[in-house]
Design a protein around this ligand. Structure first.
Ligand code: GLC
Ligand code: CA
Length: 548
């Protein structure tokens, strides 16, 4: 079993990572070229968002063939080359696995639509009459199919029919798919919306006035979830592979059942509490950023899992806008990007870095909703607050769209940011700040966000305390400063992050006041350790050693 506690991962959403064959779409040829870059960053593995064939209703999360590679990205041979080279560089490779639903273009679904009594009829969830659930992405959660004279359930888009996990044949299929990739040599899975797999029997109606998620109480952490998860765990155990589950809306209480004790079925869970400090479930309801809510979201998981289970640590992925634009400041882009890195990377858990996060990439603001690609942003625009003027609605999209994290990675200052050749139209807009914010510029600048991420990863990796030490938060009611320490044997690290755009005075906790700490990391060049005035978005990491 790999020691994932020491590790850190880089997430690739391949369509926007690097175009290697010059058609404007990121692909595995591009990944192959950039594996050295990922290695240099100092991570230990890659999580690939889905690479499988997909009609892209939800950009890969609607899979039409689980045993192949999307033709836009290459083919199985190219994937094997990437895998082999990644392994030779010491990088693990984690595949995304979507078990809750397939594409409506998957052959299983096509067959299932044909009749009520074929081999695939019960692969999906069919009803004569729909209940009142809404879909997370669009309208009602049920779609009528005339050939069966029935409705199928789709918690996400109507092109993502939910699989019927209660059918043992479906679970067998999933296990075979896992084996297919594990036999090829992949090192584990990031399991998509894994807590939605088991639905309450009878599918009871939800509250009628709660849009998008009114069925959630009946499909989240459902009655058979731990039995099904145990089956998948058994396969993974044979291979010693890593399992990371995505758990939307899961609180620590229910997460612990997946992460520890007799029902343990995951090594880590992707939690959401700290990602809701400026919104409720990413796109639906916005609020101003609250540091207290960010801190309490993190601390809740840190305390609850201590000694019992292991956290994932992340601030960005393909489902969230850029963190600098959310929790930091585009005015203090570089300072706040670095401070945010410090705020999460030294927590207890395995850090994940999403492509472009290490550059301090920011949100894109397109002038018309028609330019957006993401189904959930488009739905958000047309569904919620319909009476608001279009400018207001577009402003919400600028703040919340998942498309902001899906703009091409900025490699250099040439046309198309070096993502694809000049003269070729990239599949999606490049953020106009690419001349300033890009890999080439940042590699050369010792004070760049990129080089700061490298420093953070190196520091974390070098210290047992930062990997295994106990977490404690100080001044949790401060609305300017996030302060915590990590303690292991006689070493402690004190991490202090200012979220203020004006200077703030910081007090040390009593237990640290008389001790001599060494400043081991800071996002400002000259920091006198004795001056406790923090500049805008300043972050410092101090190391203390007790006499034994
Ligand atoms: C997960 C994915 C997201 C996708 C959804 C439905 O939340 O991360 O991108 O839209 O599941 O598959
Ligand atoms: Ca390409």
């Amino acid at each position: 079993m790999m020691d994932y506690r020491r590790m850190s991962f880089y997430q690739i959403w391949v369509r926007s990572f690097m175009d290697g064959n010059g058609d404007g779409i990121g692909d595995l040829y591009g990944v192959y070229k950039k594996l050295g870059y990922i290695k240099e960053l100092g991570v230990d593995g890659i999580w690939f968002s889905p690479l499988y064939p997909s009609p892209n209703a939800d950009y890969g999360y609607d899979i039409s063939d689980y045993r192949n590679i999307h033709k836009d990205f290459g083919d199985l041979d190219q994937f094997k080359k990437v895998l082999e080279k990644a392994h030779s560089l010491g990088l693990k490779v984690i595949m995304d696995l979507v078990m809750n639903h397939t594409s409506d273009e998957h052959p299983w679904f096509k067959k299932s639509c044909e009749s009520r009594d074929n081999e695939y009829s019960d692969y999906y969830i069919w009803r004569d009459k729909p209940n009142n659930w809404y879909s997370i992405f669009e309208g009602r959660a049920w779609e009528y199919v005339p050939s069966r004279d029935q409705y199928y359930l789709h918690i996400f888009s109507k092109k993502q029919p939910d699989l019927n996990m209660d059918n043992p044949a479906v679970r067998e299929e999933m296990k075979e798919i896992m084996r297919f990739w594990l036999d090829m040599g992949v090192d584990g899975f990031r399991e998509d919306v894994v807590n939605f797999l088991s639905k309450r029997s009878g599918l009871p109606d939800g509250l009628p006035f709660v849009p998008a998620v009114n069925g959630m109480p009946f499909y989240k952490d459902g009655p058979h979830i731990h039995e099904y998860m145990a089956e998948f765990r058994a396969v993974c155990r044979e291979y010693g592979c890593l399992q990371i589950g995505e758990g939307p809306m899961t609180g620590v209480g229910s997460a612990m059942k997946y992460l520890s004790g007799p029902t343990k079925s995951l090594d880590m869970m992707i939690s959401f509490d700290h990602m809701m400090a400026d919104c409720i479930y990413t796109e639906y309801i916005h609020r101003p950023f609250s540091l207290i809510s960010y801190k309490s979201g993190l601390s809740k998981w840190q305390y609850a899992l201590e000694g019992k289970a292991w956290n994932t640590l992340y601030l960005e992925n393909h489902d969230h806008p850029r963190i600098v634009s959310r929790y930091g400041s585009e005015v203090f882009r570089s300072e706040s990007a670095k401070m945010l890195a410090v705020s999460y990377m030294f927590l207890k858990g395995t850090p994940f870095i999403y492509q472009g996060q290490e550059l301090g990439m920011t949100n894109i603001r397109l002038m018309n909703i028609l330019l957006y690609k993401d189904i959930s942003s488009i739905n958000n625009f047309y569904t919620y607050h319909k009476d608001d003027p279009p400018e207001e609605r577009l402003k919400r999209i600028h703040i919340s769209s998942r498309d902001s994290s899906r703009t091409p990675v900025q490699w250099d200052a040439t046309e198309n940011a070096g993502f694809c050749p000049p003269g070729i139209k990239p599949w999606f807009f490049v953020n106009p700040n690419y001349r300033k914010v890009n890999v080439k510029v940042e590699e050369k600048d010792p004070g760049s966000v990129l080089n700061f991420y490298k420093k953070c990863l190196k520091l974390r990796r070098s210290s047992k305390t930062l990997i295994l030490g106990k977490y404690h938060e100080y001044f949790h009611l401060s609305s300017h400063v996030y302060m915590y320490d990590r303690v292991y044997k006689n070493i402690s690290y004190l991490i202090i992050c200012s979220f203020s755009r004006i200077p703030v005075m910081v007090n040390l906790p009593g237990s640290y006041r008389k001790r001599e700490g060494i400043l081991v990391l800071s996002n400002y060049e000259k920091t006198k350790p004795d001056r406790m005035i923090f500049r805008p978005y300043e972050a410092r990491v101090y190391r203390f050693r007790d006499e034994e």
